[in-house]
Design a protein around this ligand. Structure first.
Ligand code: ADP
Ligand code: MG
Length: 666
């Protein structure tokens, strides 16, 4: 056989393999609980303005319903948009559905998340984050591209989903039957939704759920990571085959538990020669190829241990799980309107979340859930989680609604109203940033421009202030670097080498300028050498690639706003370059300005709250007199993270409204 024959034979084999893959995917689809209900569901979506669909996680809502609606012709002349609160869910589900339909991702099936759009003119089913759909509404207030909108994971009650509830209700009224809505969730107070969406109907999917035995600890655990490690090893040693799913709060924790389990498992397998343990992580910042690994069975009968963030609670379903290990914690936003402080905190889950997590063990067979806390602690948990809108800063939301033409925010049709104090604070902040005028109207051009930039209002202001003072290039880099995943990788064993590598980039002026140095050094390396350069310098190649991507998109937004992206080193630019960048930072971050106290901590000027420099800050151990920072992190104490040293005299100059008010108010 010649080379051509070989090629033809290979193509025939590939085609056969593709066909058998499609056949097995089709069989899997038909085995899902939602399959039998498809005709009825399509009819219900067709007939009522809104359908509230409740069904056990894994029953096929997210992957199947959009395909049914498309096949039934309900998207004629437009798209089906399916929102997800989480980026990972949007991308992984889109990939799966493209595979099931046998199309390339980005063609008939695509996704759009912030800074990453894999969709095209051919796209008919689009998965997107709830935040992205809101952004699209700015350009297209009636969402005319969509014939059906599916708001998925509605029980999570993210701020964006909550706003979409109100917004889409209004759009539906104006499009008169031309836009269909489906609200989906695993656990939902359907009655509340049916009341809110007039003319809607609830449908329930009959799921399969095997019994799950719930076990508590007898006494509170001192360290939940140690307890999780011990529990995983005990399950592995004593329990029947089946995979283990552990719920953790973030990437760092997942990485350290993975190291601990791998170290133990290496010892254990030498001793016993028993079945192997395979650890697979899943969290938002994990590269997509690695995310796909959680869906694959462990090789040679090994036991798979999935270490997951809350993503595995309802957004994705991992096959094979029979044991759940739940420390009962979650990283959540909490906002104190009085202090104006927003922090990511590790807090206990609600009872509903604990039940949902345990349920993950009973999808395929009877399972066990190990709750790493006492039964009394469970009884003391709140029954459900508060909607995000009731515990978050609202400036970004307020800016978006104003840009969408909603002028009377307190009168907006919220499913649950945000606290009035927080709403007032948001409006005050927008006023201080110059986005609102004294009458509460969006300013032109500043406020309108800020609303167009897909970052927090404070960072939008940093970008616009940078563009105004000839340091747009640097401001773009800094905002991109704080928006990407963590840049400095967790060094593991090579802590000293990593610290030494990092010292080369350190700016005495703080973390933002240090990040700027990293990015500028990275750009000087040729494309081919970047991977190696990143490894040598202990920075994340992926985070830097993503930063470059984000930066390009933000630069595109500035260009669209017809703003010159000048560099601070440009000839004729006034004053010191780093000063101008730091002043741009102050123009956005002034509400996070703090002055040094004699004991080495800092007092946040806006709230009087005391904070310490986060140990990761390059300014840690130095003693700047005045700082601004990005984020308040509350763990054992309150930390300021991502910090820049500034001149206190800049504050009243760059944020006159804010500091005049605070001077009066004391
Ligand atoms: P629901 O939205 O009701 O929770 P899904 O539509 O997300 O259900 O999932 C249906 C089934 O598809 C689940 O059994 C899940 O295991 C499977 N599935 C979903 N995404 C993937 C994927 N990326 N790879 C493999 N299987 C998947
Ligand atoms: Mg789903």
């Amino acid at each position: 056989m010649g080379a051509g024959g070989n090629k033809r034979a290979r193509e025939a084999l590939d085609a056969a393999a593709a066909q058998s893959l499609r056949a097995s995917l089709q069989a899997a689809r038909e085995a899902l609980p939602i399959w039998a209900a498809r005709a009825q569901l399509v009819e219900e979506v067709r007939c009522c303005t809104a359908l509230v669909l409740v069904g056990e996680t894994g029953s096929g809502k997210t992957t199947q319903l959009p395909q049914f609606l498309l096949a039934a012709g309900l998207a004629q002349g437009g798209m089906i948009g399916v929102t997800q609160p989480r980026r990972v869910a949007a991308t992984s589900v889109a990939r799966r559905v493209a595979q099931e339909m046998g199309v390339a991702l980005g063609a008939e099936v695509g996704y759009t998340i912030r800074f990453d759009d894999v969709s095209s003119g051919a796209t008919r089913i689009k998965y997107l984050t709830d935040g992205m759909l809101l952004r699209e509404a700015l350009a297209d207030p009636l969402l005319r591209r969509y014939k059906v909108i599916v708001l998925d994971e509605a029980h999570e009650r993210t701020m964006q989903t909550d706003i979409l509830f109100g917004l889409i209700k209004g759009v539906q009224a104006r499009r008169k039957g031309d836009l269909r809505l489906v609200v989906m969730s695993a656990t939902l107070d359907a009655a509340k939704f049916v009341t809110y969406f007039a003319g809607s109907k609830a449908a329930y999917l009959q799921g399969r759920q095997f019994p799950v035995q719930v076990l508590y600890t007898a006494a509170p655990e001192e360290s939940y990571l140690d307890a999780a490690l011990a529990t995983v090893m005990q399950v592995h040693a004593e329990e029947a085959p089946g995979d283990v799913l552990v719920f953790l709060t973030g990437q760092d924790e997942i990485e350290s538990l993975a190291r601990l389990i791998n170290a133990r498992a290496a010892v254990a397998s030498k001793e016993a020669g028993g079945i192997a343990l395979q650890v697979v992580p899943i969290y938002a910042a994990l590269p997509p190829e690695q995310q796909a690994r959680v869906f694959e069975p462990a090789p040679d009968g090994a036991r798979k241990v999935v270490l997951a963030t809350n993503i595995a609670e309802t957004s994705i379903t991992i096959p094979g799980v029979r044991y759940v290990v739940d420390p009962g914690l979650i990283k959540a936003r909490s906002y104190n309107a009085r202090l104006g402080s927003d922090s990511l905190q590790v807090v206990p889950t609600s009872q509903a979340q604990a039940r949902q997590r345990s349920g993950r063990a009973g999808r395929e067979a009877p399972g066990k859930a190990f709750r790493l806390y006492t039964e009394a602690a469970f009884q003391a948990l709140p029954p459900t989680t508060e909607p995000e809108i009731r515990r978050s800063p609202l400036a970004g939301m307020a800016l978006q609604l104003l840009a969408l033409g909603v002028t009377d925010l307190p009168a907006f049709d919220f499913m649950d109203k945000p606290p009035m104090g927080a709403l007032m604070r948001a409006l005050e902040q927008l006023l201080a940033l110059g986005a609102l005028d004294a009458d509460g109207r969006l300013t032109q051009p500043l406020g309108r421009r800020m609303a167009r930039l897909p970052v927090d209002p404070a960072f939008a202001k940093v970008l616009l202030a940078g563009a105004e003072t000839c340091c747009a290039e640097e401001a773009l880099t800094v905002v991109a670097m704080v928006s990407t995943d963590p840049v400095f990788t967790n060094p593991g064993q090579q802590r000293d080498a990593a610290a030494a590598a990092r010292r080369r980039f350190v700016s005495p002026l703080g973390d933002h300028l240090t990040l700027l140095n990293v990015f500028q050094a990275y750009l000087l390396v040729g494309k081919a050498g970047r991977g190696r350069w990143c490894a040598e310098h202990h920075v994340s190649a992926r985070a830097l690639r993503k930063a470059a991507d984000i930066r390009a998109q933000l630069a595109g937004h500035l260009t669209a706003l017809e703003l010159q992206a000048g560099a601070s080193g440009a000839p004729g630019a006034p004053g010191d370059a780093t000063d101008r960048l730091r002043r741009a930072l102050v123009a956005g971050l002034f509400s996070h300005a703090a002055v040094a106290l004699p004991d080495g901590t800092f007092k946040v000027l806006a709230s009087g709250q005391a904070v310490a420099l986060h140990p990761s800050s390059v300014l840690c151990g130095k003693r700047p007199a005045c700082i601004v920072f990005d984020e308040l992190l509350r763990t054992t104490r309150d930390y300021a993270r991502q910090v820049t040293a500034i001149d206190a005299a800049w504050l009243p100059e760059l944020a006159p409204i804010f500091f005049a008010r605070h001077a009066q108010g004391g």
